[in-house]
Design a protein around this ligand. Structure first.
Ligand code: HEM
Length: 392
């Protein structure tokens, strides 16, 4: 398929992963004191085998280094049996039905956002649509009052900026944001306990498995996780999908001719430029990965970005092919921690892309200027994504 441009900033990392898959597929990084895992089969194995590879980093830390922030206490950093119990509990509230019921509202929010840019003939996909859409949707789903939403976006942004590559200042801001969110949620839980509403928080407060309910800390952990795990990733899915279509104009034509191809195009965007670059795990006991001996308690960084471009799993892996079948990408993870928000993310991205195809006529063009990537070790997306289209 014909491609439009070859942006160095987007292609360079994939070239590095390819070299690593070929030469050092399981590699110990002295500086980070962590194993990097690059091949599809190895990444899939590590993510699928939760008994050998733990998600609970605190399990391997001395007491004084254990992390107590609400994100790390959430299900994404837990092992069974607790993970299983909590996932059953939260799944009672965060149901496919509740997500499906949001469809009309997501469409309304999307169209209202597009209304603001339509006359201009240009937009910043990230700022004008891909960022405000998921934050508004999750805030409405949870039942967070409108006047608090801007504050939430700020907390969520500050919290994420405390990632591995962050400065000491960013890390401090991240800790403060987590504290502020936790305090706010505690107050909101009190209100909803007294006056339940038809929202996710009220449903979470009522969810029960084997006579057990979520503790206050677990509730906070889950709400913070939804905000943090669900917002930037969905923003990046929408942005990355537009980047893919810009790089492969022929796939735009296919989509315009047949909208049934939209879900497949989004799955291919999840593979080609996954919003999540890597996932961490901890080895429970001694094991082998490939020909490398891994000791107990070591950190493994499983590179989804590399696995999703592995030729042994995906023929023509460096091509964006919207009709790719099968497409067993690892963009939403694999195994017991498989993304709980995948149906919501898929629905939001589908509505956003269809609305853009409906309302932004003619050919689209991302100006050929350098793109700035989000500075974050584990997520992938661009900070800004200018898009112009032909006015009617
Ligand atoms: C877990 C990706 C959107 C909620 C995960 C995992 C990945 C992922 C890779 C697995 C983590 C692991 O194994 O350690 C994504 C991507 C998204 C997205 C690429 C958007 C395109 C969302 C949304 C929500 C959400 C919208 C909710 C509002 C969660 C939760 C988990 C999770 C709760 C933890 C599940 C568990 O530990 O059992 N996500 N996610 N995600 N995601 Fe998402």
């Amino acid at each position: 398929m014909q491609t439009k441009s070859n942006r160095e900033e987007l292609t360079a990392p994939y070239e590095w992963y390819r070299q690593m898959r070929e030469t050092q597929p399981v590699f110990f990084d002295q500086k980070m004191q962590a194993w990097h895992v690059f091949r599809y089969a190895d990444v899939e194995r590590v993510l699928s085998d939760h008994t050998a590879f733990s998600s609970d980093q605190n399990r391997f830390m001395p007491e004084e280094y254990r992390d107590a922030n609400p994100f790390t206490l959430s299900i994404i950093r837990m092992d069974p049996p607790r993970h299983h119990q909590l996932r059953r509990l939260v799944s009672q509230a965060f149901t496919p039905r509740r997500v499906a019921q949001m469809e009309a509202r997501i469409t309304e929010i999307t169209n209202a956002l597009l209304d603001q840019v339509i006359a201009k003939g240009e937009m910043d996909v990230i700022q004008d649509l891909a960022t405000p859409l998921p934050i508004t949707v999750i805030a409405e789903l949870l039942g967070i009052p409108t006047e608090q939403r801007e504050q939430f976006k700020q907390w969520s942004d500050a919290f994420i900026s405390g990632d591995g590559e962050a400065t000491a200042e960013d890390q401090q801001a991240s800790i403060q944001a987590a504290g502020s969110m936790a305090a706010y949620f505690t107050q909101l839980f009190e209100e909803r306990r007294a006056h339940p509403q038809d929202d996710l928080i009220s449903a979470l407060l009522q969810a029960e498995v084997d006579g057990e309910r979520l503790s206050n800390e677990e509730l906070i952990g889950f709400c913070v996780l939804l905000l943090v795990a669900g917002n930037e990733t969905t923003t990046n899915l929408i942005g990355n999908a537009i980047l893919c279509l810009d790089e492969y104009p022929e796939s735009m034509e296919l989509l315009r001719a047949n909208r049934n191809l939209v879900p497949g195009a989004l799955e291919e965007a999840l593979r080609y430029h996954s919003p999540v670059k890597l996932l961490p795990r901890w080895s429970v006991s001694e094991t082998m990965i490939g020909d490398q001996h891994i000791e107990a308690g070591q950190v493994l960084l499983t590179w989804i970005h590399s696995a999703n471009r592995d030729e042994t799993q995906f023929p023509d892996a460096d091509q964006f092919l919207i009709e790719r079948e099968p497409n067993r990408h690892l963009g939403f993870g694999r195994g017991i921690h498989f993304c709980l928000g995948a149906p919501l993310a898929r629905l939001e991205a589908k509505i956003a892309l269809n609305a853009m195809l409906d309302r932004l006529p003619g050919s689209w063009n991302v100006p050929d200027e350098p793109l700035s990537l989000v500075k974050n070790m584990s997520t992938f997306g661009v900070k800004k994504l200018p898009l112009v289209w032909e006015k009617e």
